[in-house]
Write a protein that binds this ligand. Structure first.
Ligand SMILES: [Mg+2]
Length: 256
């Protein structure tokens, strides 16, 4: 089956956004004069919980920081805190503080020039996504993507397949006609639930996860002068992932 569309996850795949999310949470806590601080280790654990508000609640219950009881008893304080955290995060990414990962811009531009259809499937809301583009590819870049399924548009977040099913519906394509770009186990499960082959670029926070079910697992998309490393699923020695290589992987995956 011919490859018709590339579908990208956002956090961890387009950019290493998790460090900016973590920085935004910590800035929020400072603004509230709280001595709470999320280390990389803590945040790795908290990422198992989907959703920022849910993460704060989980932190209060399981890490018992100062004033936890007060915030548990006053749960209405948490949603506005999360709104403020999102604003801090958006300021960070809008200013270009968070670059796209290696090869992402190159591949998107190549695919776009070749007339390949593009889409996004993410659990992030649309505003932070568009802020990321504003700080990287430019304000209009979101319009390059024919289907953008984000945040709460679907009832069930990844690892459920809903977000990919919605993209397929909007593109009017079948799963095997697409390639998904993801960085986590949950991403693989979500794309595979919609019968879409998956390429994994391992991110800072997904190293060590189970990538079974992916067509290939690499450290990033690579650049001609900064080759990617294959962690599994590929025997050749190209330097970077271009459209031709994506098509090869796709053909191998859909014939196999
Ligand atoms: Mg991700």
């Amino acid at each position: 089956m011919q490859l018709e569309a590339l579908i990208f996850d956002c956090d961890g795949t387009l950019a290493e956004t998790e460090e900016a999310h973590r920085a935004a949470f910590n800035a929020l806590f400072r603004e509230h004069d709280l001595d709470w601080h999320w280390s990389i280790e803590t945040y790795t654990d908290l990422l198992k919980i989907t959703g920022g508000k849910e993460r704060i609640r989980h932190f209060l219950r399981h890490y018992a920081p100062s004033k936890a009881d007060y915030y548990i008893d006053n749960d209405h304080l948490i949603p506005p805190m999360h709104v403020r955290k999102t604003a801090i995060y958006m300021e960070l990414v809008k200013t270009g503080e968070v670059p796209l990962r290696p090869g992402v811009e190159r591949l998107i531009l190549e695919a776009r020039a070749a007339g390949m259809r593009l889409a996004i499937a993410t659990t992030t809301n649309i505003d932070p996504l568009s802020a990321l583009f504003e700080g990287t590819l430019g304000r209009d870049a979101l319009t390059w993507f024919e289907a953008v399924a984000a945040g709460d548009m679907v009832p069930n977040k990844k690892p459920a397949g809903d977000v990919y099913e919605l993209v397929l519906k909007e593109l009017n394509l079948q799963g095997p006609q697409c390639m998904a770009f993801e960085d986590t186990t949950n991403g693989i499960l979500s794309a595979r639930a919609a019968n879409i082959p998956v390429l994994i670029t391992v991110s800072e926070y997904s190293a060590g996860q189970d990538f079974q079910g992916a067509l290939a697992v690499i450290d990033n998309l690579g650049e001609p002068d900064a080759p990617f490393k294959a962690l599994s699923g590929y025997a050749h020695k190209p330097t970077h992932v271009d459209l031709e290589l994506v098509k090869k992987w796709h053909a191998a995956g859909s014939n196999g």
